[in-house]
Design a protein around this ligand. Structure first.
Ligand code: NPG
Length: 384
């Protein structure tokens, strides 16, 4: 066990925020190429943005929920409803001494972590802008750039996968994550390892296996993978623990760690050795820092996951990934890995050292481009 260290979170740097009115906006951006995982193929990113207005400032948050309840039970539709009918009415027009107090007004809502996280992001952006402090500074960033990995979806052929990897490594990405599923695993890992002997490579199964697949999963131990992400069911920490006990490759948990208590349980059970932290999945950035802190105390490294975010959600991810225990490259790729054009005035660009710069401006530290917002908006409603 590593020694307990103080949390880097600095919410005390923020003052109170007043939300006068808000808006829910759905933008749609086509993906440059289809993204296939063990549970399906995505060709567009439809993102729900929460905009909170107060004192002449706007804070924006992005919800990571997808169109279908496949990765998680939440969808864009459920998030719209929960934000419109339950979460936003609790904050609009109410004064609070701190952002935490404001968020606590929605604490009675059970689950709906992605909806909650989107509102939290908007409030933290608004409060950061009001106080002139960057989100990265509030969360406790210790670096001004974060190492980037890239996630490669399931391709029509192994050759297509090799070609993509070559391009990403040449661009500077520092770690390759390969989506896998039963029947598209051992050959994939062995082929990639043979062609890229020194690359940092990991596999992500998105819960596609069962403990009965142990013989197949053990064969992956031969390929020096950084980790195997979320091999088993999203709600089965006990089986993950049984698997990790019989696997040399570290198991990384994603879907299984959907809350701070789940992180504690995973650590207690030794259900893996690494956590992919997504703020949306655990209910917000503040809880993401709490998961980070628990993992740090346990000696588990973490990295920042991605959900094909637009630049808004990406800005928050990059700020989070700048915390001290994010020691592994994450799924925080540059805007041009996903979209022809992002919705920001300045997209996230991969630096020559394979990193993204952590925004330093107030709040999220990025600006949405009004023309891109107008061009991509599918739905808009004012609340309050
Ligand atoms: O670079 O943002 C990215 C994508 C990273 O592979 C990625 N995300 O299971 O972690 C995942 C997967 C995902 C994407 C899951 C979209 C759900 C929706």
């Amino acid at each position: 066990m590593a020694e307990a260290t103080a949390s880097p979170l600095r919410l005390d740097r923020l003052g109170p925020v007043r939300v006068e009115h808000a808006a829910l906006r759905v933008v749609e951006l086509p993906l440059l190429s289809p993204f296939t995982t063990s549970f399906g193929t995505q060709t567009v990113r439809r993102a729900l943005l929460v905009e909170c207005h107060g004192d002449g400032l706007t804070g924006v948050g992005e919800c990571v929920a997808g169109l279908e309840p496949a990765y998680s039970a939440e969808t864009l539709g459920t998030a719209l409803e929960v934000l419109r009918d339950h979460l936003l009415p609790g904050v609009i027009g109410h004064s609070a001494a701190t952002v935490e107090e404001q968020l606590a007004r929605g604490a009675w809502v059970r689950g709906h972590h992605m909806a909650r996280a989107a509102l939290e992001m908007a409030l933290l952006d608004l409060a950061g802008r009001a106080a002139g402090v960057s989100l990265a500074a509030v969360l406790g960033a210790v670096t001004d750039r974060v190492a980037c990995g890239v996630s490669v979806g399931i391709q029509p052929s192994l050759d297509a996968t090799y070609t993509l990897i070559e391009g990403y490594l040449a661009a500077g990405y520092r770690r390759i994550k390969l989506k896998c599923r039963p029947g598209y695993d051992v050959e994939l890992a062995s082929g990639v390892r043979a062609r890229f002997p020194t690359a940092l490579v990991m596999l992500d199964a998105n819960s596609a296996y069962r403990l009965d697949d142990l013989p197949t999963l053990r064969r992956l131990d031969a390929f020096d993978l950084m980790m195997l992400e979320q091999p088993l069911a999203h709600d089965d920490l006990v089986d993950h623990a049984a698997l990790q006990a019989q696997l040399r490759t570290p198991v990384c948990l994603d879907e299984s760690v959907d809350s701070v208590p789940a992180a504690r349980a995973a650590i207690r059970l030794s259900a893996g050795r690494i956590v992919n932290i997504k703020a949306g999945r655990v209910g917000g950035l503040i809880r993401a820092v709490a998961v980070h802190d628990l993992c740090r105390e346990a000696g588990w490294p973490v990295w920042c996951g991605g959900m094909l975010e637009t630049g808004v959600g990406r800005a928050a991810n990059v700020a989070l990934a700048a915390l001290p225990n994010f020691t592994l490259p994450g799924d925080t790729s540059a805007s041009d890995r996903y979209f022809d054009a992002d919705i920001l005035t300045e997209p996230f660009r991969l630096q020559s050292d394979g990193t993204l710069a952590v925004p330093t401006g107030p709040g999220l530290g990025v600006e949405v481009d009004p023309a891109r917002i107008a061009a991509t908006t599918q739905h808009h409603e004012r609340i309050g």
